[in-house]
Ligand binder design. Structure first.
Ligand code: ADP
Ligand code: MG
Length: 633
């Protein structure tokens, strides 16, 4: 366009576009999902803003919050239009080209590794996927605060912006004109577009229309002059008015009584807006009516991914605080999730009475559960208040509490299902075949959960004192007797010796180190089971978890370790030995000095190793010292 202002893409963005436009990636379909998702976001924004200022929506057509797709076959242009918030000139410049987003380089890196374009939406650069199918696009946009602008680019490192003085007045919103590449004309086919909208955009909460054609039957009077009839047919094709479906039911037979029929049935093509999606939100339906497949599809749409969730939970809270929620455990923890634990602000999506409010509201669940995906739709929270007021709203506490309970229930059920499966296998051979497919690789559902999210449970024990007992039941660990298997505290307790009064554990840097530790000698000799902890966080967990099922935890590396079965004979012998070696221990203590050791004592805890350095009852264990040292670096 003449008079257009020219801009250069931010370098990283330019590189990304270059890669996309030249990509041979076969799943080009995803571009439509990304554009519809942007349209939906823009509609969410204007709807949210209109809560406090209804005038923003405008009147008539402009107030219709929908998405419309149309096709220009002749020029090979696919058009997508939304009535969302729109973009000002500055928005266009920044959002579509000049602002460096952290996701850009992260996505480039990820793509180099996996070659997978599909995740583009997760990196906040989904818009550019349109260049998979187009070599030129126009974005025409009208924001309430600005004039109507056209953004255009051939993905050649530059884009241009000019005022739109000739085009149709959008009133508000954005229209994208996609000039398809020659090998992408399949996206001009209605059937293809319908298939994609159903596949990718089923859960968009705004109506999506396609301007499509429909064959309808029509009764037309029989005229003598054949030419006239043809002319009329052509005219009808151009018409846009809707045809009543009933017309199709009219039977020719009725006229057979008449010897000379005066009308006949002809097929004709009419064009109209066709609604492609069902906008009833999945969480508003009763969970008994929604199939597992639908939840999985919903998860994929929600996370812009192709993977299936590990588990889901859909529930309704009633009473003083009412809300509906769907929660998912992803199949995998996000890379680096626990490294950036405190700066990570992943959040569930928050809706208030069907209106999308935010996906950055991270006060809904405690930090340790931030790996959950899903949404909350509250009936109790007020609609038109600031975020600060929402944060302080009294029902938020109740929502949070209930969400945590439900999430922990969902996790507990994963473990219980495993147990049921095992029992089933033992019970009957005939059912063994029906056992879950996920167990083919020998890993149970809970094993998988533990591997991905075990750390979250541990963080929960440290941070969430009110759910500590519930969380401790979800802990898994290896022990001196578990033979490489991960067991729970319940299992440990049920395997305890008759007179055992404590739960023994030992923490260290590796399985190798703990399993060979001299601290274990006596315990193993007495056939007592010892829990092995090898994750640095375990020491912190054990500082917060002092007992389970009324049994105290005992750190095998500490000084006061008791075995709970000393008889009088033994006590007498111990006393005698102490007396006998008094001089030796005294000499040793003087030799090492107060800086090196606190005390030198005779101990009953070793069986083959002659001596061992232990930690005092209240001091840090050697492992904890190691952890603190490594953190200080
Ligand atoms: P993301 O959607 O993750 O932010 P995209 O690359 O898909 O990343 O979009 C970039 C930005 O462009 C959006 O955040 C939004 O500000 C703007 N945008 C894209 N499409 C539209 C649209 N249809 N209406 C309004 N703004 C849009
Ligand atoms: Mg997007």
């Amino acid at each position: 366009r003449e008079n257009a202002e020219k801009f250069e893409f931010q370098a990283e963005v330019g590189r990304l576009m270059d890669i996309i436009i030249n990509s041979l990636y076969s799943n080009k379909d995803i571009f439509l999902r990304e554009l519809i998702s942007n349209a939906s976001d823009a509609l969410d924004k204007i709807r949210f803003m209109s809560l406090t200022d209804p005038g923003l929506l405008g009147e008539g057509d402009a107030a219709e919050l929908d998405i419309r797709i149309s096709i220009d076959k002749e020029n090979k242009v696919l058009k997508l239009r939304d009535r969302g918030i729109g973009m000002t000139k500055d928005n266009l410049i920044q959002n579509l080209g000049t602002i460096a987003k952290s996701g850009t380089s992260a996505f480039l890196e990820q793509m180099q590794k996996s070659g997978d374009m599909n995740l583009i939406g997760q990196f906040g650069v989904g818009f550019y996927s349109v260049y998979l199918v187009a070599d030129y696009i126009e974005v025409i946009s009208k924001h309430n605060d600005d004039k109507q602008w056209i953004w255009e680019s051939k993905a050649d490192g530059n884009f241009a912006i000019s005022e739109d003085t000739e085009g149709e007045d959008l009133q508000r919103g954005t229209q994208i004109n996609i000039y398809l590449k020659d090998d992408c004309v399949e996206y001009l086919e209605e059937d293809k577009l319908k298939e994609l909208v159903t596949k990718y955009s089923e859960f968009i909460n705004f109506p999506i229309y396609l301007y499509g054609s429909k064959e309808v039957s029509k009764e037309v009077p029989i005229e003598d002059d054949e030419d006239d009839e043809e002319a009329e047919d052509e005219e009808a094709e151009g018409e846009e008015e809707e045809e009543e479906e009933d017309d199709m039911d009219v039977e020719d037979d009725e006229e057979s009584e008449d010897d000379e029929p005066t009308t006949k049935t002809v097929k004709e093509t009419v064009y109209d807006w066709e609604l492609l999606n069902d906008t009833k939100a999945i969480w508003l339906r009763s969970s008994s009516e929604v199939t597992e497949e639908e939840y999985h599809k919903f998860y994929k749409a929600l996370t812009k991914s192709e993977e299936e969730p590990m588990a889901y939970s859909h529930f309704k809270a009633e009473g003083d605080v009412e809300f509906k929620s769907v929660l998912f455990i992803p199949a995998k923890a996000e890379a680096g999730m626990f490294d950036n634990y405190y700066s990570n602000n992943a959040a569930l999506k928050l809706y208030v009475r069907r209106v999308f409010i935010s996906d950055e509201f991270d006060e809904l669940v405690p930090k340790y559960l931030s790996f959950l995906k899903g949404l909350v739709d509250s009936d109790t929270l007020p609609l038109n208040v600031s975020r600060e007021m929402l944060q302080q709203h009294s029902s938020l506490k109740t929502i949070k509490k209930k969400l945590v309970r439900k999430a922990l229930d969902m996790i507990r059920k994963l473990a219980e299902e495993d147990k049921d499966d095992e029992e089933e296998k033992e019970d009957s051979d005939s059912e063994a075949e029906a056992a879950d497919e996920s167990k083919e690789d020998g890993e149970s559902a809970y094993d998988k959960f533990w591997k991905e999210f075990g750390k979250a449970i541990k963080l929960g024990i440290i941070e969430d004192s009110s759910n500590r007992t519930r969380l401790s039941k979800l802990l898994r660990f290896q022990t001196s007797k578990s033979d490489g298997k991960f067991i729970s505290l319940d299992e440990y307790v049920s395997n305890m010796k008759k007179d055992q009064k404590q739960i023994y554990y030992l923490a260290g840097a590796s399985m190798e180190e703990v399993s060979k530790s001299p601290f274990l000698e006596k315990l193993i000799k007495k056939d007592l089971e010892v829990i092995y902890f090898t994750d640095p966080i375990d020491e912190y967990v054990m500082q917060n978890l002092t007992e389970f099922d009324d049994y105290k935890f005992a750190n095998a590396s500490k000084e006061d370790l008791k075995f709970g079965d000393k008889d009088d004979e033994e006590k007498k012998r111990e006393k005698e030995t102490k007396e006998e070696f008094k001089d030796l221990t005294k000499w040793w203590k003087t030799l090492l000095g107060a800086d090196e050791v606190e005390a030198v004592k005779i101990s009953n805890r070793l069986s083959t190793t002659p001596c061992v350095v232990v930690t005092s009852k209240y001091g840090w264990s050697a492992n904890m010292e190691r952890i603190m040292k490594s953190q200080a670096l």
